[in-house]
Design a protein around this ligand. Structure first.
Ligand code: ADP
Length: 514
């Protein structure tokens, strides 16, 4: 055993204890050095040299020699660290630097030391210290910080917050880790949350706080995943919905640690809500359709009986009705027929809505159909003192449509054009081949017209214009909605142009027959 340091220790300890102490230090890759500053002699650095792979006398024993082993980039800082301590600015000398090992590689050494003797004028005379090889430790630390940096970089691309949350058995809690997004989502810096977990709870809407505490407690008790939707008041005052999820793990000390994710779920919740409402509305609509379809079906049977027996009385030879009775019977029959018509429309409408209306598409000559329609409306037009006409042209207008349904459409439009007209007014049908793909049939009247504000509602089921509703004109507001639904089903479209007080034109465009 040589050197002042070892001597200094062995002065105080018996040699057995000193040997144990040195063995323990060596086990921790730590060695003791002793620097006589006046003579620049370093004692006791054999183990240090051995650690770097040098033989005992390969390196001189002065600080100047040792300096040659220090990485050139670290030398100035090393000297500066010594000076700070020598001048009394730092209580201890402490510095980590790279030293060249015998195999040419760099190893990281951490030195700590203290001036133990000074000259009378205060200049340092002797220094004692330790040297620890921290190469492996630094490699581990570097790997850890690299992993942390990688995680941080990943979190920048994640829309929500990644977190680690720890609840202790004493009821206290902390966020050991919160990713950067807490800034954007909560308006709270991750550092603030990591310092005090309660910062988050204070941002949670008052109404959701208890639920949050309860859900965390339940997850800690059962070790089932934590999941909660809660509202947060952002720093800018905006209230947002958050959705949090985390998996709990019990630790040896009884605490529970969750790793999880919190994201802004405001839009998603709105979407879920809208979807739910749409599903409810669709179900309600299906129920309504079903009800209407059954109702109209059930109404038709007794109504047909009423109409049938009315007719039987009208033609009864054995007990012929009087003229007065005949007039009243005619009123019953007309009102009944009208009712039957409305029920038929209603049934059509519900059938189309339920997707149960089958079409038979054929080539339909529009001019022929128009003349047929005019013929059927002749009586009621005469009664209303309205003239009906079919404009020239359109000899080649052939639609690809369901004949019966298209006739129904045309009759609806024609009867409206007559109904909402005035004595002395006129109705004109026009048919036209638009181009290779489309044909058009339009009904123009010189009637009361339709106010602009009414146009968007015209094709809604049961919509009747205020004038129509107030007048004696019969109707249930179903005709145009059936018309619209049928035309759409046939791949066409309906358009309206109207000038209040001057008249309206309804145009139906349909695919042309191939
Ligand atoms: P209804 O005729 O049974 O009321 P419709 O669905 O056929 O039902 O028409 C809806 C409403 O559109 C009518 O109540 C009326 O106000 C308006 N309307 C339809 N056709 C015309 C028209 N040619 N001229 C003026 N208003 C019309």
């Amino acid at each position: 055993m040589q050197g002042i340091a070892r001597d200094a220790l062995t002065d105080r300890l018996d040699s057995g204890h000193a040997a144990l102490l040195y063995a323990a230090l060596a086990g921790a890759d730590t060695f003791v050095w002793d620097w006589d500053i006046d003579s620049d002699v370093l004692s006791d650095i054999d183990e240090g040299l051995l650690l770097l792979g040098y033989a005992r006398h390969e390196v001189g024993r002065t600080q100047a020699d040792w300096n040659q082993l220090i990485h050139p980039d670290d030398r100035a800082a090393n000297h500066e660290a010594y000076l700070r301590h020598a001048r009394g600015e730092a209580e201890v000398y402490e510095h980590a630097y790279r030293a060249r090992a015998a195999d040419g590689r760099w190893r990281w050494l951490l030195e700590r030391g203290r001036v133990v003797e000074r000259h009378a004028d205060g200049r340092p005379r002797r220094m004692l210290g330790t040297q620890t090889d921290i190469t492996e430790r630094r490699a581990v630390e570097a790997a850890a910080s690299e992993a942390m940096e990688r995680l941080t970089r990943i979190t920048h691309h994640v829309p929500g917050i990644l977190f680690q949350f720890r609840a202790l058995p004493d009821g206290s809690a902390a966020f050991p880790y919160v990713s950067e997004r807490s800034h954007a989502l909560f308006g709270v810096a991750p550092a603030d949350l990591m310092q005090d977990a309660a910062v988050l709870l204070r941002r949670v809407d008052f109404g959701d706080r208890q639920a949050m505490l309860d859900s965390i407690a339940a997850s800690a008790r059962t070790l089932k995943p934590w999941r909660l939707d809660f509202r947060v008041h952002r720093r800018d005052g905006v209230l947002r919905w958050m959705r949090g999820e985390g998996s709990p793990q019990r630790q040896a000390d009884g605490s529970t640690v969750w790793h999880g994710y919190i994201e802004d779920a405001t839009e998603r919740r709105e979407l879920e809500q809208a979807r739910h409402e749409a599903a409810v509305a669709a179900a309600a609509n299906r129920a309504k359709t079903e009800f209407l379809s059954r109702m109209s079906h059930e109404l038709r049977t007794p109504l047909n009986a009423v109409l049938g027996f009315t007719q039987l009385i009208e033609i009864d030879r054995a007990e012929p009705p009087s003229d007065g009775q005949r007039r009243r019977l005619k009123l019953i029959r007309e009102a009944g027929a009208h009712l039957l018509q409305m029920i038929g429309d209603l049934l059509d409408l519900t059938r189309i809505e339920a997707g149960g209306m089958a079409l038979q598409l054929d080539a339909v000559d529009l001019r022929a159909l128009a003349s047929e329609g005019l013929e059927m409306l002749r009586d009621s037009a005469e009664k209303a003192q309205v003239t009906l006409a079919l404009a020239d042209g359109g000899a080649n207008a052939v639609a690809h449509a369901d004949r019966t349904r298209l006739r129904q459409v045309l009759l609806n439009l024609l009867s409206n054009a007559v109904k909402y007209n005035r004595p002395g007014g006129s109705v004109e049908i026009r048919v036209l081949r638009v181009d290779a793909h489309e044909v058009l049939i339009s009904v123009r009247d010189s009637g009361v017209g339709i106010a602009e504000a009414e146009l968007p509602r015209l094709f809604e089921p049961f919509y009747r214009g205020p004038q129509a509703a107030a007048s004696a004109v019969e109707g249930a507001g179903i005709g145009l909605s059936v018309t619209h639904a049928l035309v759409t089903l046939m791949g066409g479209r309906v358009a309206v142009h109207s000038t209040p007080g001057a008249g309206s034109t309804f145009s139906v465009t349909l695919p042309a027959a191939p």
